[in-house]
Design a protein around this ligand. Structure first.
Ligand SMILES: [Zn+2]
Length: 375
């Protein structure tokens, strides 16, 4: 048999064997990845008293439904003050008047449980640094120290909080603010390293009157514009339990745009000075606002289809025990998912996460290679 005929035969045989998976394992086609429903851009493994889901259990909970997930704790510890609640051990900030304080060890915990996983499981997670005080000019040094101690682990910073209903006023020490240069140092460094930054900051104060400009909007926009090099995700679109998308809200920018909350968001999406800013739609409170009425669903569908690259789905769940808890948040959005273009749906559920966090991984590893000396 002529050599070329022999080669053709060999190739045909190999293709048949490969197809049947009968060849040496090394050659077998990689198993097809499940059709994941979503990536979770906003997930807390541990709660306000640093207790949470076992990391191996979390991978089981992700299973074949959640492809990738951010991994962070909560950088604030709820004090159990005996004088305040006696034998009752609070686990949430609404369960005690005792203060919250920054708990930096959360980053070592997240790094260690991540490092305990096999590579294939590590590849599905994006650990985030949260254990710094955004009102401390030394806060940025904590982030650098964590990267130096745990190279090869983290993809970003946050969720960290500036203004948050019921929480900010309970934090011991100076209250964080959007005008504090300590925060600019942190976002500058995040931009230099390539870390994605997830910021929790309510857009307004609770019970704001309709027709008034959201109190934190201008400061937040100014902060975002001061850091065009940093990939920033505004968590929960700035909304909260009490801080709701008020209709008929005025803005100082573009008087002609005075009006509804979603017009404020639309204005930010169309603003070239804010193109480095995306929004996560995590938390069941946000889902409630989105699907509250046929009109709200229409508004959300319109803005998601118009700006499919700028929103990331997330649960904002804390230390879940089972997969159903994750899927519940996803299913709350069903009236919206049903009306999105296939492109917008895929990007908001999966694509935007992978684009932002894959880029961050590359940049942060490169920064570590250039800046982290072996211990
Ligand atoms: Zn959160």
């Amino acid at each position: 048999m002529k050599p070329e005929a022999h080669r053709a035969w060999r190739h045909r045989l190999l293709a048949i064997l490969l197809g049947a998976g009968l060849c040496a394992p090394g050659l077998a086609a990689p198993p097809k990845a499940p059709d994941y429903l979503f990536d979770d851009a906003h997930f807390h493994l541990t709660n306000y008293v640093q207790k949470g889901t076992d990391i191996h259990r979390y991978l089981e909970i992700m299973g074949d439904k959640v492809g990738r997930s951010t991994l962070f704790g909560i950088p604030l510890q709820q004090t159990w003050a005996y004088g305040n609640s006696g034998d009752f051990a609070p686990t949430y900030y609404l369960q005690s008047d005792a203060p919250l304080y920054y708990y930096s060890f959360t980053d070592a915990y997240i790094a260690k449980v991540y490092q305990a996983l096999p590579k294939a499981q590590q590849a599905r997670l994006d650990p985030m640094i949260t254990g710094f005080n955004p009102a401390d000019m030394y806060g940025v040094d904590h982030i650098r120290r964590v990267l130096e101690l745990f190279p090869g682990v983290f993809s970003g910073i946050g969720e960290f909080t500036i203004h948050k209903e019921f929480v900010s006023s309970k934090v011991a020490g100076e209250t964080a603010s959007l005008t504090n240069p300590a925060l600019d140092r942190i976002l500058d460094f995040a931009g230099e390293v390539g870390l994605v930054a997830i910021i929790h900051c309510d857009i307004d104060m609770p019970f704001a009157k309709a027709g008034t400009e959201p109190v934190y909007l201008k400061q937040m926009r100014d902060l975002l514009r001061r850091h065009p090099q940093t990939t920033i995700i505004w968590a929960h679109l700035g909304l909260g339990r009490i801080v709701r998308p008020v209709q008929g809200q005025a803005t100082t920018e573009g008087a002609e745009r005075s009006g509804a909350y979603q017009e404020i968001v639309a204005g930010m999406l169309e603003d070239p000075t804010l193109s480095h800013v995306d929004f996560d739609i995590s938390w069941d409170e946000v889902a409630k606002y989105a699907v509250a009425s046929p009109e709200s669903i229409q508004r959300v569908v319109k803005i998601f289809n118009a700006h499919p690259d700028r929103f990331l789905f997330g649960t904002d769940n804390v230390a879940p025990a089972e997969q159903a808890t994750q899927l519940r948040i996803y299913e709350m959005w069903n009236p919206v998912w049903a009306q999105l273009t296939p492109d917008a749906s895929r990007k908001i559920r999966l694509g935007n996460y992978e684009r932002l966090f894959d880029a961050a991984r590359m940049k942060v590893r490169a920064w570590e290679k250039a800046n982290v000396k072996p211990l």
